[in-house]
Design a protein around this ligand. Structure first.
Ligand code: PLP
Length: 384
């Protein structure tokens, strides 16, 4: 019998989700909206400290709305972290705007403040201005939002914080997602909590979130007939899905603790193995370790990231490379890319691995992963 597959990150229900979904059924608030949506938004506001929130059908939709509210249009320039999932930048294309990608720094893996400043300076000298900066908080860790915020306010450009992967992360005492003009969360199936699919846009600007809500409901005007004066979308979260979110919020902190514990176990179990470097937790940062990630130095480890991923797969363990940088994607061919270093994003992609970080993993599962990694790195002559 082959051992059961260990997954990267799969949905993990807490138990009360069904109760809230049942509530939606028994009150027939299947749609539209309803109490679960309101309560879920309340929970996110309370948890993050944001003044306003609007639940959405996806995180991608949240970024699309944020760009819309910042009046990003055809030909405008939007700066974005390069090392991220495509969803961070796809909405730039929805608006016909021009993405400009910014490199990562090696210590946080997130947007390099120096490279960001270099790009803003470069365009300023040409008399061009960025309309927005999308800063991604990768794998559960905030970017250096103090430095990035300071640079953006000097250049007077608003920040959209793509916190899809960093719900619950803290940076210098503040919750991830609350640094930008807008913060975006995702509740897609593999995220730290899930609604089976969904997202949220938050802000301290209440009227802006009112406008987001309107835009997310086809920009319907306050009239009994159907009156529309601007373009809108159908982006709201269903009351059934929000019920799942309510239950998930009750176990969020538990999930973060477990994710961090999984990471600690990997560090402990692989401490003596040469050629492995884990993603750092920068000073002042509380990393949720949504995914446990590490770099493999092939010269010291004797294997490369791809070979390790393959070996894990043969042992029925799911692992992944780190995101392929967007400036390397054919979709964005021709887009500008700013770096102050080597291409760090490309380096992280080439050498990075995301290890299983599923909160349903047992001690023995984590040990299985550690054993498989050790086997491949320490007994490499067996695989020559
Ligand atoms: C998951 C994710 C998104 C998109 O969220 P969806 O809810 O799937 O639309 C955006 N950005 C990043 C970095 C993500 O990981």
């Amino acid at each position: 019998m082959p051992q059961q597959r260990i997954l990267l990150s799969s949905p993990h229900m807490g138990g009360t989700e069904k109760k809230y979904v049942q509530e939606a059924f028994s009150t027939n608030w299947i749609a539209p909206l309803g109490k679960n949506v309101d309560m879920f938004e309340e929970q996110i506001m309370e948890f993050t400290g944001a003044k306003a929130a609007c639940a959405l059908a996806s995180g991608t939709g949240g970024i699309h709305l944020a760009l819309d509210l910042l009046k990003v249009g055809h030909g405008d320039m939007v700066l974005c972290s390069s090392l991220t999932f495509v969803a961070s930048a796809n909405p730039i294309l929805y608006h016909g705007a021009q993405p400009v990608f910014i490199d990562s720094e090696m210590d946080s893996w997130n947007m390099c403040p120096k490279a960001l400043e270099k790009a803003l300076k470069y365009y300023k000298m040409q008399g061009k201005e960025a309309k927005a900066v999308i800063v991604v908080n990768l794998y559960g860790q905030s970017a250096r939002m103090d430095e990035i915020g300071e640079i953006c306010s000097r250049y007077d450009v608003p920040i959209i914080e793509d916190a899809a992967e960093s719900l619950g992360a803290i940076y210098k005492g503040r919750m991830s997602g609350t640094f930008g003009k807008f913060g975006i969360f995702s509740f897609n199936g593999n995220k730290i909590i899930t609604t089976s699919g969904g997202g949220m846009i938050i802000s301290n600007d209440g009227p802006m979130i009112e406008r987001a809500l309107k835009k997310a409901t086809q920009s319907k005007e306050a009239a009994t007939h159907y009156q529309h004066e601007s373009v809108g979308y159908n982006y709201r979260l269903s009351n059934v899905c929000a019920g799942i979110g309510r239950g998930q919020m009750e176990v969020l902190e538990e999930r973060i603790m477990k994710k961090r514990e999984i990471f600690e176990k990997y560090v402990e179990g692989l401490r003596d193995v040469d050629g492995i470097t884990f993603m750092p937790e920068i000073e002042g940062s509380y990393h949720t370790r949504w995914l446990s990630t590490m770099l493999i130095d092939p010269l010291r480890a004797g294997v490369n990231a791809g070979e390790l991923i393959e070996h894990l797969d043969e042992n029925n363990i799911e692992s992944r490379p780190v995101w392929k940088p967007l400036h390397m994607q054919p979709l964005f061919a021709g887009s500008a890319f700013f770096s102050t270093d080597e291409d760090n994003a490309a380096y992280l992609f080439e050498h990075g691995i995301c290890l299983p970080s599923d909160t349903k993993m047992m001690e023995a599962d984590i040990d299985r992963v550690i054993t498989a990694v050790r086997e491949r790195l320490l007994a490499r002559e067996l695989f020559a």
